[in-house]
Design a protein. Structure first.
Length: 105
């Protein structure tokens, strides 16, 4: 599990609009409430400055399912699509779909 300072950074970056504690995050991660876990995942995906590090809070199977099921809305679509694809490439060797990041030969 992450150090307290990491949770504080996540709270500052991802939950600035809510009153949430490091203990709340720990409870979400260890609990069985799918809705809360999805909420945490979406906040991290949208706001974390250390996206790949913070997504490691989730076990691999949960992360894979959340990435597969995540649908980008119209608001910030391109931004969220890129972050989702970067995570898929990094964790699961999925194809890179961001043209600007592909190697040009």
């Amino acid at each position: 599990m992450k150090k307290e300072t990491d949770f504080n950074r996540i709270i500052k970056e991802c939950f600035w609009d809510l009153n949430i504690s490091p203990e709340d995050i720990r409870n979400i991660l260890s609990g069985s409430d799918h809705r809360s876990r999805t909420f945490l995942f979406e906040k991290i995906l949208a706001n974390s400055t250390k996206l790949l590090l913070d997504l490691q809070l989730f076990d691999k199977n949960t992360l894979k399912t959340m990435l597969e099921n995540y649908k980008t809305g119209q608001f910030n679509h391109d931004y969220l699509f890129r972050r989702k694809n970067i995570a898929q490439v990094f964790f699961f060797d999925k194809p890179l779909l961001i043209d600007e990041l592909k190697w040009q030969i």
